[in-house]
Design a protein. Structure first.
Length: 128
């Protein structure tokens, strides 16, 4: 395995972990996570439904990125989700500042995979 492939795998694993831990932990401690939702999203459904529905989305994004298969869109979605969490929770910046670094990792994956997927489409091969 080349260094580049190892680096890509580490990026994917790091971003995936950031999206897998919250929904799993929310199963045992939902109150630790519901406060990160902006108020304009609350009230349409119960807080637990909102939390766990978002957890399903996080899990899908994480597993897709971890798979390495056509990860441009889920990496871009991960970037947007992480930045939105920071933007809508400025009072928690002392905790959420790390999400900016994770968003940069996710964006790097999107940039790398964009070229890979474009080149694979032109040659008919699969991206790694």
């Amino acid at each position: 395995m080349t260094r580049e492939r190892i680096a890509r795998l580490l990026l994917r694993a790091g971003v995936a972990f950031a999206f897998l831990y919250p929904p799993l932990n929310a199963l045992v401690d939902p109150n630790a996570w519901i406060g990160y939702f902006p108020t304009f999203l609350k009230g349409y459904v119960s807080d637990l439904v909102l939390l766990h529905a978002f957890g399903v989305v996080e899990t899908i994004v994480a597993l897709w990125i971890l798979s390495g298969w056509k990860i441009f869109w889920p990496s871009l979605a991960a970037t947007a989700m992480l930045l939105a969490i920071v933007v809508f929770n400025p009072s928690n910046f002392q905790v959420l500042f790390r999400d900016i670094s994770l968003a940069a990792m996710a964006l790097a994956l999107a940039v790398i995979s964009y070229d890979d997927e474009r080149n694979a489409g032109a040659s008919g091969g699969a991206a790694t």
